[in-house]
Design a binder for this molecule. Sequence first.
Ligand code: THG
Length: 265
Amino acid sequence: MFVIGELINGMYKNVAAAIREKDGAALRALARQQVAAGADALDLNCGPASADPVADMRWLVETVQQEVPVMLSLDSTKPAAIEEGLKVARNRCLINSTSADKEKLQVYIPLAKKYGSCLIGLMMDRKGVPQDKDRRLELAAQILESTQDAGFPSQDVFLDPILLPVNVAQNQLFDILEVIRECRLLTSPAPKTVVGLSNISQGAKLRKLVNRTFLVMAQAQGLDAAILDPLDKDLMEAMAASELILNKTIYCDSFVEAYRKSRGA
Ligand code: THG
């Protein structure tokens, strides 16, 4: 599993404050802790309260890469903010994200090609998030058709079925698990899949239990990557046990410790 740390997001009050006050030390600590806990990449999102998303994204990238050498996931709805991040990033980035709308794909695919980035494609369009499995797969196919037409490698596309909260859209979660398995069949080489894991438990009780249970179920469907809280130890241990059961890692008595070390944690 490719782990993208979710904690540098202006959705969190402490992060919004650190961005507003340009408190680099606070963000570098969050970056260091997530990588030390096993994150392979970090999601960077200025949050809805940012007065200047372009300048804030530049500052986030510059600040975080002083501390850790990992891939950055530039999470913004504004192409100008994403491009600003791409310009200053030293390492390869993930563009987070495009929808399946043609006019969005026409902007983001050339950007991903220009900077050699990976691209997260959301299975939604201007009409919103689909309610059913077939429509999600249709949108995934549209995204892949556009990337293939542009000569962009399908294995650098991360398809996101959009995880909705269990207390809002409980009846869609099983469909989403099936979509994760089936969208790998859309192209060869296969695209990758990613979810924003914590979405599933927003507003729910026992959030961590819900998060880690969904994660292991999605791993069984072949999920490649997740935006999650790497500081959640039980979650990271469930992920390790799941990889063991799926025969992705070799059993040893200290498999959790071995897994932590294998991710440089
Ligand atoms: N897909 C993609 N990118 C994404 C998402 C996705 N980026 C953002 C988000 N979803 C993933 N990141 C988070 C980060 C935090 C939370 C959920 C998803 C979260 N935050 C607490 C809450 O809202 O309850 C904040 C609590 C606080 O304020 O302290 O749950 O799906 N491609």
